[in-house]
Design a protein around this ligand. Structure first.
Ligand SMILES: Nc1ncnc2c1ncn2[C@@H]1O[C@H](COP(=O)(O)OP(=O)(O)OP(=O)(O)O)[C@@H](O)[C@H]1O
Ligand SMILES: [Mg+2]
Length: 409
């Protein structure tokens, strides 16, 4: 049952009214960790307003590494953006005003639902040797995430050898369906509320097949549905899809929103898309630092340089220097890519031998642990952990305890 640390008697009494029976109140960090040692399945820890922000951050960081599935909720008398940012970086999942009891109760309910979702598969004895989640991410819009998602998805199919789906997690403005000229009758929106009974059959009904064999889980048709797609739903969805597909490609919104952060937590391979312009590179640098802080896909990040034309004054070498990461693959600006988007037929299908198709295929090969062909960016002599080549899927799950490491929100 949830445990509360650091609240004056009056606040504690009020908060307890919205916590489940059996919830505990403790007055020191030692007692908190004593309790947690005896209750390793604890699903929520509330840090009360009497604990100063530096101590709360230190506690949350300790919790994050020792008890990653436990939700940390920070209660403050006043919530401001500075506290929110610090808390997020430390792995706090929710920051709530202590006097807003409805919000406190809601946070605890979400913590419980998340714990059930995350531990469900563990409890059922599954060993998580399912499909791999490949997330296409960039903090900037319009850099080619969607284009790369569909082309990479097709490349990962290897002509039907692998089962692959693309999930459109750009929940407000997703355009995977239109990029493939599909008109889905169902979308991720129809999974809302289905967290507790989600299974392969349920998800199959929501997917739209593309002629290539790629399966698509489309974004909602109306932007406001995004708010109702919870982190828990995304986590359950991905766990279920892992059982069904060899690769789950996630197209994302250019933001660290709740759904994207949950997806990043579940990510095995993260493709970071950048273009050769200073604002994008600045934002990608900040995003990479955030991924570091969150511990996302460490050693399994791959930098995709799109529109990688040398004429703009920034070379790939320079990018590597700025970002401190090797470029895994470069895709040049090509009218054929833009035309393919407008025609609704990905270049990987209409022109598989096109240099851009080859470049994306080399990235797919890298993710599959297949030796890259000559179209790939030659490996730089200096290696960097964040762009280490992918290993074969069989040995990756073991080094990936992060299946249960939801680190913030
Ligand atoms: N290498 C390229 N050469 C030419 N056009 C490209 C290239 N990459 C992407 N495009 C075009 O740029 C446009 C934006 O690409 P895309 O939709 O994939 O970006 P995005 O990052 O998903 O954008 P958003 O953040 O808005 O979802 C598309 O019309 C696409 O065809
Ligand atoms: Mg997009």
């Amino acid at each position: 049952m949830p445990i509360l640390l650091g609240a004056d008697p009056q606040t504690a009494a009020q908060v307890l009214t919205v916590l489940p029976q059996g919830s505990q109140v403790v007055d020191s960090a030692e007692r908190l960790f004593g309790w947690l040692n005896a209750h390793p399945d604890e699903y929520a820890v509330l840090i009360g307003p009497s604990v100063g922000v530096p101590d709360a951050v230190a506690l949350a960081e300790r919790m994050r590494t020792t008890m990653p599935t436990t939700t940390v909720v920070l209660l403050r008398h006043e919530v401001d953006t500075t506290v929110l940012t610090q808390a997020m970086h430390a792995g706090v999942r929710e920051v709530v005003a202590a006097q807003d009891l409805a919000q406190v109760g809601g946070a605890i309910q979400r913590a419980h639902a998340l714990a059930v979702a995350l531990r469900g598969n563990q409890a059922s004895g599954r060993n998580h040797e399912g499909g791999r989640v490949v997330t296409i991410f960039s903090p900037k819009g319009g850099v080619g995430k969607t284009t790369m998602s569909v082309n990479l998805g097709i490349a990962l199919m290897r002509g039907g050898e692998n089962k692959v789906c693309v999930v459109d997690l750009d929940l407000a403005f997703g355009d995977i369906a239109i990029t493939l000229q599909l008109f889905p009758t169902h979308s991720i929106e129809h999974a809302i509320g289905g967290e507790s009974y989600m299974d392969e059959q349920f998800i199959s009904q929501l997917m739209t097949p593309h002629e290539s064999g790629l399966m698509i889980l489309a974004a909602p048709s109306a932007p406001d549905a995004r708010e109702r797609v919870s982190g828990v739903l995304v986590a359950r969805l991905l766990q279920t899809l892992r059982e069904q597909f060899d690769y789950i490609v996630l197209d994302t919104a250019p933001a660290f929103d709740e759904q994207t952060l949950t997806a990043l937590d579940e990510t095995d391979e993260c493709i970071v898309v950048a273009t050769l312009d200073v604002p994008t590179l600045k934002n990608v640098k900040v995003a990479l630092e955030t991924l570091d802080v969150l511990g996302v896909a460490e050693g399994h990040r791959h930098l995709l340089l799109n529109r990688a034309d040398e004429q703009v004054g920034i070379s790939a070498d320079k990018v590597e220097g700025i970002l401190g990461m090797d470029v895994a693959v470069q895709v040049a600006t090509s009218l054929d890519i833009a035309k393919a988007t407008n025609a609704g037929r990905p270049l990987m299908l209409s022109a598989p031998s096109h240099p851009s198709s080859k470049a994306v295929r080399s990235l797919a090969d890298r993710l599959m642990g297949i030796a890259t062909d000559s179209a790939a960016t030659p490996p730089s002599p200096r290696t960097h952990s964040s762009s280490a080549p992918a290993q074969a899927s069989s040995d990756k799950r073991e080094d990936s305890p992060k299946r249960f490491r939801i680190s913030r929100r």
